[in-house]
Design a protein around this ligand. Sequence first.
Ligand code: NAP
Ligand code: GLV
Length: 309
Amino acid sequence: MRILIHAPEAPRWQETLRRELRPTLPNASIVTTQEAGEGPADILVVWKPPASLLACQDASLKAIFNAGAGVDALLSLPGLPDVPIVRLRDAGMGALMADYALYGILHFYRDMDRYRQQQLEHHWQEQPLDDRSAWRVGIVGLGTLGQACAQRIRAQGFEVQGWSRSEKHIEGIKTHHGDTGLTTLLNTSRVIVSLLPDTPETRWLLDEQRLAQLPEGAVVINAGRGTTLDPDALLGLIERGHLRGAMLDVFPDEPLPAQHPLWQDPRVIVTPHVAAPTDVSAGARQFAADILALTRGDSLDTVDPATGY
Ligand code: NAP
Ligand code: GLV
């Protein structure tokens, strides 16, 4: 079996996959495209691969393993082979994403945005502290990472609700789905944390009309995909005083262009797509288990190209 890895940004994939697979698949050849170049493989493990790598695959290809949670970059490539696509599920990202979301919530809930401004003005003034119950958190996209965030934020004493495509029942979390469910969630959340994938249905979902459904003084955190939220609409609502601020990790164009007004606005925290890096060891363990399942002919949890995630 030839496993070809293309993840130049994460060179540890090769050694960790080897370590995980060696006991059960000792003869598997595991090489990177940097060593072996592009060519046909039985299994591809990729993160944002070039289209040329897909173009040189043949009938021996059995599956593509996407070394990240979001599959948008992969699905957008022309000539995607018709084989199962497996993506990372959690792989250490849930805990880190929950850290990120919690940081953003506490930043605004504990008035750090206001204290920062006061510091710049050498101004000593206590801000009245809200009760946590006034800061209901809405998680938009209640999948693997959304649920990890929901549980941690709830454990910190915040009321949490969430929105997903399918109906869900999660203890301690009010759940919504469908268009009216999104409106209800937006109307009743002081903070939203968006963890939506980029799909044809979610693209520009959080537009001006939807963001305006948030109550006055609400805060937006986006760490899903930049294309799911209109940044100009968000900035307009912040400038008009309807929204208090935002923390954004993802943008329609990355890196965020140097001249973009989001960089300048003190009410917005910009981070460079770092909310939840993958734990390569955990990811390699998951992929090794999935590759073994594939060799046994067991069914895998795969991406649905029709829904786009
Ligand atoms: P996931 O498990 O597939 O969850 C996606 C969630 O979005 C699910 O709850 C899904 O609903 C919901 N959803 C999808 N389309 C929807 C629609 N049209 N309407 C309503 N809900 C919809 O994905 P994940 O592992 O949690 O990851 C989420 C995203 O985070 C990834 O796709 C990636 O873009 C992003 N990400 C960012 C970073 C970072 O560092 N910034 C790191 C990792 C991942 P159902 O539950 O009903 O299917
Ligand atoms: C990162 O953004 C991922 O999708 O894993």
